[in-house]
Design a protein. Structure first.
Length: 145
């Protein structure tokens, strides 16, 4: 379950008309902090991001399913469905099993270097134009704030 502050920040982003990916960014940020604090671990920065996105979908952020494996798309669809239905009490056994499994993983996967490496890799997949446009947009929104 995400922290109340995270949900509030995401809702504020939604009110300001920011994109769903920006709203979801709050959940990813929280997840990376959790890994750094040692609340649990992850095998890779991608896993930490995936957990954050899953939490965002369950909290009601209108994120679509990603392109990719069918299992990933299925999980995204499941998360969206979970956001629409009322919350059921989480199974204690299952929750504990998940927590214990994640705790056994490394916390170094959310280090500054690991996250930076992941960001560089994902931006390299995009074209030069897209990266440039993103930088221009960031500069514009920075001035506005």
């Amino acid at each position: 379950m995400p922290e109340r502050e995270t949900i509030e920040r995401a809702r504020e982003d939604a009110r300001e008309g920011k994109s769903p990916s920006t709203q979801a960014g709050e959940f990813v940020r929280e997840e990376i902090h959790h890994v750094r604090e040692g609340k649990h671990g992850a095998r890779s920065p991608q896993q930490a991001i995936a957990i954050g996105l899953s939490k965002a979908r369950r909290a009601g952020v209108k994120l679509g399913a990603p392109k990719g494996k069918a299992s990933v798309r299925k999980k995204a669809k499941q998360d969206l469905k979970a956001s629409k239905s009322p919350r059921r009490k989480t199974s204690r056994t299952r929750s504990r099993a998940t927590s214990r499994a994640l705790k056994r993983e490394s916390g170094k996967t959310a280090s500054t270097q690991a996250v930076s490496r992941q960001a560089k890799r994902s931006s390299a997949k995009r074209g030069k134009r897209a990266r440039s446009a993103a930088a221009h947009k960031a500069a514009r929104t920075r001035e506005a704030a």
